[in-house]
Design a protein around this ligand. Sequence first.
Ligand code: F6P
Length: 323
Amino acid sequence: MSIKRIGVLTSGGDAPGMNPCVRSVVRTAMYHGIECYGIRRGYNGLINGDIVRLDEKSISHIINRGGTILYTARSKEFMTEEGQNKAVSMCKLLGLDGIVAIGGDGTFRGARALSKHGINVICIPATIDNDISCTNYSIGFDTAANTAIECIDKLRDTMQSHERCSVVEIMGRNAGFLAMYVGLAVGATAILVPEKKFDFEQDVIEKIRKARLNGFTHYMIVVAEGAGSAADISAKIKEAIDLDPRVTVLGHIQRGGVPTGRDRVNATKMGYLAVEMLLAGKTNRIVCTHAGRFTDIDISEGLAMHKDIQQMEVDILAALTGI
Ligand code: F6P
C-alpha cells in the first residue's frame, strides 16, 4: 500500500521534545511528498476528527519549544470499544494511510488497538518518566532531569546557608528512573525509589547521621513520587532526628521548558525513522533505542518487557551516599 497521507498525534503526559518530534515527522513526510495532518488532543482528536493540516509554516520555530503544539490528553473514550471503532472510522474517512503516535505506555496500547483494526501505526516513546521498558531512552527525560538538577542546585544554596535538610519529590509515577538519575547528579544524601525496598532508619536516618559525623551540615534527600511523598518522609525525619526539613515538590515544572539538545536530536531521529518505517510497510511497531542504537520492536512485545533500575546505580548509591 502506498502512503500518501499520514497523521501525527501526541498523547498522555506531555514531554519536552514532543514538538521537535512532530516537526521531524512533518518534514520527513514532506520530503517524501506525503501529506501530514496533526491530530489534536491525543486519541480524542481521532475520535472527533479534530485535525489540522501541517506544513513547513505550521511547524516552524517549534524545535526549541516545550509542550506540544498538538495538545495532549488521556482519552477515556478511546479506552472503550465504541471509542476505538469511532477512531478507526474517522481514520478511514480522513484517508489516513498511517499514524505516528508519540507518548508513553498508554499511547502504545491505544496504537495497538488501532493496529488490530488494520490501521498502520508507529509509536515513538516520549515521557519524562523514562519508564518504557523496551527503550533505554524516551523523549523528555533528559530535559526533565536537567530541570530538576538545576532546581535542586538552587535549593542546595539555601539549604547550605541555613544548615538544613531538604526533601525533594521527583515525578515518575510508579517509576524511579528520573529520581535516581537526578539524585546521583546532585550528590544526594539519600535517594528513595519504588523499585528498591528501603529501610527508613538505615537508608535515610543512618545516612544523615554518617554525613553529620563527617562534618556535613546540610542534607539533600531525593524521593521518587512512587516511593512516598516528600511531606511524609520529611515528617518521619523530623520525628527521628533533631532536624526540621523543608519540603519541595518539583511537580509539573519538570514537564516544561526548552528541550535539551539531546532531546531535540533524538526526537528528530525518532520522528524521521517513524515515517521511514511507515514507507517501508512497517506497522504496529515502537521506535526505540537499545545499546546505543535506534531499532524497533512489535508493540505487544515492547509492552510485555520489564525494565529495572540499573544495578550499577544501586551500587553507586550504596557506595557514594551518606559519607
Ligand atoms: O507520566 C508523566 C507524569 O508527569 C508522571 O511523572 C506523573 O505521575 C503524572 O504524569 C502526572 O500526571 P498529570 O499531568 O495528569 O498530573
